[in-house]
Design a protein around this ligand. Sequence first.
Ligand SMILES: Cc1cc2nc3c(=O)[nH]c(=O)nc-3n(C[C@H](O)[C@H](O)[C@H](O)COP(=O)(O)O)c2cc1C
Length: 205
Amino acid sequence: MAKHDKTDIGISTILNPVPVVMVSCAGKDPESPEQRPNIITVAWTGTINSEPPMLSVSIRRSRHSYKLIMDTGEFVVNLVSKSLCKPCDLCGVKSGADIDKFEACGLTAVKARDLQYAYAIKEAPVSISCKVRDVTALGSHDMFIADITAVTADSYLLDDNGRLCLDKANLVAYNHGEYFLLGQKLGFFGYSVASEEVMRKRMGK
Ligand SMILES: Cc1cc2nc3c(=O)[nH]c(=O)nc-3n(C[C@H](O)[C@H](O)[C@H](O)COP(=O)(O)O)c2cc1C
């Protein structure tokens, strides 16, 4: 049994685990090398509102992607499956100012649903089209607050009733500098008070 005596470990961005996502974007002239479709890896992201659906991504002003998103007000949040984990890391250590990351990762840029300029990653299981509503300077990062304007998902993730089964997507989470594959289902929203019948249906027990 763990002993819960506490040690002060200093103030830091220790909130974990967090999602890690591949944010795709492009400038208004995608044929030019400076504005071609690009991908930036972002861990400082989160859902921030339900109605209307909104999310945020926090990006340093020095990033190549920062300029593209500022220019168009558009980006796509692509969820990261196991097979995208290495490309995701690469997009987080190389700049689109130096290389074509779609080409380097062997990924396909497809026009994003409902957006004019941004591209989505075809190989991502879920792609979330976003339009920037506001930009807040926080310090090291600027937080882009955005409306979700469309969501696409690979059809293998939908069951016969059209329900999204995200547990089939082999998604990756980021925990204290390391990537982890989501694995074992422990419960579901409200399972602590669920009936035996619901538990059997949802958990197989
Ligand atoms: C796991 C991981 C998470 C990252 N999270 C962020 C983030 O939240 N915000 C940010 O500005 N940069 C983040 N980065 C760094 C950028 O992805 C990286 O600097 C990238 O090369 C920028 O690409 P760009 O210059 O093409 O825009 C992260 C990198 C990794 C590997």
